[in-house]
Design a protein around this ligand. Structure first.
Ligand code: NAX
Ligand code: ADP
Length: 315
């Protein structure tokens, strides 16, 4: 990791995002062309996290969301997010998703982007699910690997190298330590180095979450967002980020652009919650309502004609 220590990250702010506009959604677009997201996750222990990911994807503009989750929770999850479809997947005795390739293929093929891992248990079946999904993703699709789907990444390196789609990894420090088979203190000591190392090693855009979120590409480009709010350190907050990134991939953004915009929108939503509710104590689900306006207003502000107009206005 030593080669990365001297790298100065580019700051993730509106100036950076202005250079990286998201694909436009046409006024006449129907729900299928706005991006279809498949969320695979959930477990007997944490059945509700996938609902946060799914709603975040809808709030970030996805036209259709389908949640593949453990069968005993599927109906409840479907009622939590009535705008989403659900796919009830078989469950192992340990409470994990234990799906078949046929079911998975059906779910993945019908999506433009897949988010795997939120609230999933980290046993043997979770690793199989991540591997099988990676094997199904095509060049036209995006995939976000989050939470438990990250824990066995070393055994999926072959599949990652072969995956033609846009891959984004979203670990926190503990997950990054598991990915790189080292102690969390090692990651803590050099977060920029760790994220660059992971991006290169796993041939994917890596997003190392924390008070400052670092994003790196396999080629070594490094970015940082540190404008969030301490209240974001709360259960389910990462599930929301994964859903935003999934929706942006599904509308056609590259892995890097989806990650940069996702980190910014998620952090800014935290700031809005902090201002509205207090610096800590807001819920991950309270981030959701801020996503559409943040995305819309940033895109409006960054549209070339608007920028020109605002420049001449301030001259
Ligand atoms: N446990 C909960 O209350 C919730 C869990 N959810 C889902 O379940 C997944 C697992 O969450 P858990 O809370 O079970 O587990 P964590 O993701 O918090 O922890 C997993 C491992 O990483 C380590 N770790 C976490 N943050 C670290 C840090 N900053 N520095 C060093 N080590 C760190 C932990 O010690 C643990 O060994 C989440 O990613 C999320 O998708 C959410 O869906 C909703 C609420
Ligand atoms: N102190 C902090 N300040 C700002 N953002 C934070 C802070 N701590 C965590 N975050 C952000 O909150 C989110 C937490 O995600 P994660 O650890 O995956 O939570 P969960 O697993 O409960 O969903 C990440 O996006 C991270 O960048």
């Amino acid at each position: 990791m030593a080669d990365a220590r001297d790298a100065t990250p580019q700051r993730i702010d509106l100036d950076l995002l202005a250079q990286r506009p998201l694909p436009e959604i046409a006024q006449a677009a129907d729900k299928n062309s706005r991006g279809r997201v498949c969320v695979l996750g959930g477990s007997a222990q944490v059945p509700g996290g996938v609902a946060l990911t799914a709603e975040a994807a809808l709030r970030a503009g996805a036209g259709k969301v389908r949640i593949g989750t453990i069968a005993p929770a599927a109906v409840t999850v479907g009622c939590l997010v009535p705008e989403a479809a659900v796919l009830a997947l078989p469950i192992s005795p340990a409470g994990e998703i234990a799906t078949t390739v046929a079911l998975l293929e059906e779910a993945v093929r019908a999506a433009d982007a897949v988010v795997v891992g939120p609230a999933m248990s980290c046993g043997e079946h979770g690793a199989i699910l991540a591997r099988q999904t990676l094997a199904l993703v095509t060049a036209l699709q995006g995939i976000v690997l989050d939470a438990a789907a990250l824990l066995c990444l070393e055994c999926h390196r072959e599949h990652l190298a072969a995956t033609p789609g846009h891959v984004v990894l979203t670990p926190h420090i503990g997950e990054m330590a598991a990915m790189l088979a080292c102690k969390a203190s090692v990651i803590e000591a050099d977060r920029p180095g760790a994220v660059r190392h992971a991006a290169k090693r796993f041939n994917a855009v890596a997003v190392l979450k924390g008070p400052t979120t670092f994003i790196a590409t396999p080629k070594g480009h490094l970015f940082a967002y540190n404008g969030g709010s301490a209240g974001l350190a709360t259960g389910g907050s990462g599930d929301v980020l994964a859903g935003i990134i999934g929706a942006l991939l599904a509308r056609g953004a590259t892995g890097l652009d989806a990650a940069l915009w996702g980190a910014w929108v998620h952090g800014e939503a935290g700031r809005r919650c902090s201002a509205a509710v207090g610096p800590i104590g807001y819920l991950a689900r309270e981030l959701l309502g801020f996503i559409p306006r943040l995305l819309h207003s940033a895109q409006q502000l960054l549209a070339p004609d608007r920028r020109e107009a605002s420049r001449s206005h301030t001259r």
